[in-house]
Design a protein around this ligand. Structure first.
Ligand code: M6R
Length: 608
């Protein structure tokens, strides 16, 4: 995680660096800093906390200079204090770092033995110290010292460095964490992504794995891992320079929840021909008829979207599917087959665990596809096929609209697979697509329950633990509900298969433990309601989510309920996601937590 920005400008660059950092705050927000070179001298400002704290510091003590780097941090090694905030520096060099240096402890000891004095607890500080070591003890030029230093470091990282006495120099390296170089008019830029650079330029060169680059105002020289000069293409980025606004909502999360009818409709329109009610996938998609196995992998909310889609691929396409969390997939001996495909799901397209799992599957010859929200991301660029979603920028750390859009794209892929494999008839396809086309309207209806959900959230906010249960497609949604609640309200929550309750978790049930029961009126409804009765018989408080008929059929004694529009059974998670998200949102606002930037988290998780 962590966001990096660098500018070789014509005037003082600190204000532009701060503007770029604002666009990178989604990568981490526990401390921030800026360093510049002014008339040959390095200087820096750093502050713990959100970027606003750094802005206040810089208002009091402005930083001049036309050459600078900035950083917004998500702590890995060392608490989020000012001393641990980047840039880390010696008198010779100032460095910002994203990622983890795995062998930092041995390097640090070696440097200390040679007389270096460290001020922070971070792994990152070994980088300026190592560069300084090569500058001073071996009289290396900056580029040589930088290259010598990165050769010594193991791990996944991105670095940017500026040097004292060098007003026209910035050196950077990419190994595992993305970096984009921006070309301006007599100015050059560096950022963790093209979005950060969008206010300055849309002319972007992405560094490849292992590349390092020497940037001057006149241009950039890029070198590969072995030090050979290489050419990387300049592309035109479509990232928008506009700042995403809350549009009158209190939080980005609220705005993003309410955008769902629109963005889900946009995503449907990418895959559905509304006249024939059939699916059209992008060219080059999987040959589903020949596919003998599909491995799906992702993290967090995207993983739960993948788990829901397993039910669709199996029902509609009779395709063997396995879903695993990306951080675990590589540690197994997955029996990949020559005709297998691998599908990765990621909102940001930068999640390090997902990217590593993708590379692993690729090394076994799997055709790689990605359901992705950011088309210029690393995962998109390393995939053979992209299935884009049209969620638009998602700013709130809790994923909401990306989840429902991922579900839409996955449903469309599963339907197409079903047709290609001869499991679904044209009539089946038309019927499922017809139901899918109704989801934007159902989402709008589901949003009308906001007021009643807010009232229920006042009680939920008093709980210390909450369970979510569901069956079939509602089971992964139960886990997604629990994730949503815990990440923004800090209330402990777990999602279970409803039938699993009696195998252990029912021991937790008492009058203080609310249980959210996700029960669309589908084939599993009666069984789920029986599980709910079992917990109510033990004094448990049930919050039932179902349609009007479901609520009528569920019997008495239920603590409270949320009415959801009637939906197609298989597609129900798309609509039931809304009350799940609203419940988490209002519980968090009742508790007064930081909804959009909850503690300890970051929007884009670029460390493993
Ligand atoms: O960008 P990605 O979709 O790859 O992110 C995956 C997870 O980190 C993400 O879904 C995370 O779990 C969210 N904060 C959940 O709301």
């Amino acid at each position: 995680m962590c966001g990096i920005i660098g500018i070789l400008g014509k005037n003082d660059v600190a204000p532009s660096i701060l503007a770029g950092l604002k666009r990178l705050e989604y990568r981490g927000y526990d401390s921030a800093g800026v360093a510049t070179v002014m008339t040959g001298q390095l200087d820096r400002r750093r502050a713990p906390g959100k970027l606003s704290a750094l802005e206040a510091v810089m208002e009091e003590r402005p930083l001049g200079g036309p050459t600078g780097i900035g950083h917004t941090r998500w702590a890995t090694h060392g608490a989020p204090t000012k001393t641990n905030a980047h840039p880390h520096a010696t008198e010779r060099v100032s460095v910002v770092h994203n990622g983890i240096i795995e062998n930092f402890a041995e390097l640090r000891q070696e440097l200390i033995d040679n007389g270096a004095v460290f001020e922070s607890e971070t792994d990152a500080e070994v980088c300026p110290q190592l560069i300084t070591h090569y500058l001073e003890t071996q009289n290396c030029a900056p580029a040589e010292a930088f290259h010598n230093a990165i050769k010594r470091m193991r791990g996944a990282f991105a670095f940017a460095a500026i040097f004292s006495g060098e007003d026209d120099l910035m050196i950077c390296a990419r190994k595992g964490s993305p970096l984009a170089i921006g070309h301006g008019d007599g100015e050059m830029y560096l950022g963790s992504d093209a979005y950060a650079l969008a206010p300055f330029t849309n002319r972007i060169t992405y560094l490849d794995e292992g590349d390092w680059a020497v940037i001057r105002r006149a241009g950039v020289d890029i070198f590969d891992n072995g030090g050979k000069k290489v050419l990387r293409p300049e592309t035109i980025s479509s990232a928008s320079a506009g700042i995403v606004e809350k549009d009158g909502h209190r939080h980005f999360m609220a705005k993003e929840i309410h955008e769902q009818p629109e963005v889900v409709a946009h995503t449907i329109s990418r895959y559905v021909d509304p006249v024939s009610k059939t699916i059209k996938l992008p060219d080059g998609a999987f040959d589903f008829a020949a596919l003998d196995r599909l491995t799906i992998s992702a993290c967090g909310t995207a993983f739960y979207a993948g788990q829901i889609s397993k039910y669709w691929f199996e029902r509609w396409a009779k395709l063997p599917v396995e879903v695993d969390i990306a951080s675990e997939l590589r540690y197994r001996d997955v029996p990949y087959t020559p005709n297998g495909g691998a599908l990765f799901i990621s909102q940001s397209g930068e999640t390090a665990d997902t990217l590593a799992a993708l590379r692993d599957a690729k090394s076994y010859g799997q055709k790689i596809a990605a359901v992705i929200n950011v088309p210029e991301s690393s995962i998109a660029r390393e995939s053979d096929i992209i299935f884009p979603i049209a969620a638009g920028p998602e700013v709130g750390v809790a994923s909401t609209k990306a989840f429902t859009c991922q579900l839409v794209a996955l449903a469309c892929i599963a339907i197409a697979a079903g047709r290609a494999r001869g499991i679904l008839t044209l009539q089946d396809e038309i019927e499922i697509v017809g139901a899918l086309l109704e989801t934007p309207r159902k989402l709008s209806e589901a949003l009308k329950a906001s007021g009643s959900i807010e009232k229920i959230a006042h009680d939920i906010a008093k709980a210390e633990d909450i369970l979510y249960i569901g069956r079939g497609v509602s089971y992964p949604l139960a886990m997604e509900g629990a994730l949503k609640l815990k990440e923004i309200s800090y209330i402990h929550a777990e999602g279970y298969a409803a039938g699993e309750l009696k195998h252990g978790p029912i021991a937790l049930i008492d009058e203080n433990l609310p249980v959210v029961v996700i029960a669309p009126l589908d084939a599993h409804f009666e069984k789920t309601v029986s599980n709910m009765q079992e917990l109510m018989a033990r004094g448990g408080k049930a919050l039932l989510m179902s349609c009007k008929k479901g609520l009528q059929q569920a019997g008495d004694g239920i603590w409270t309920s949320i009415e959801i529009p009637e939906t197609d059974n298989m597609l129900a998670p798309i609509v039931y996601a809304v009350p799940i998200q609203l419940l988490a949102y209002f519980t968090a606002t009742t508790k007064g937590t930081d909804v959009d930037q909850p503690r300890n988290l970051a929007k884009s998780v670029t460390v493993e």
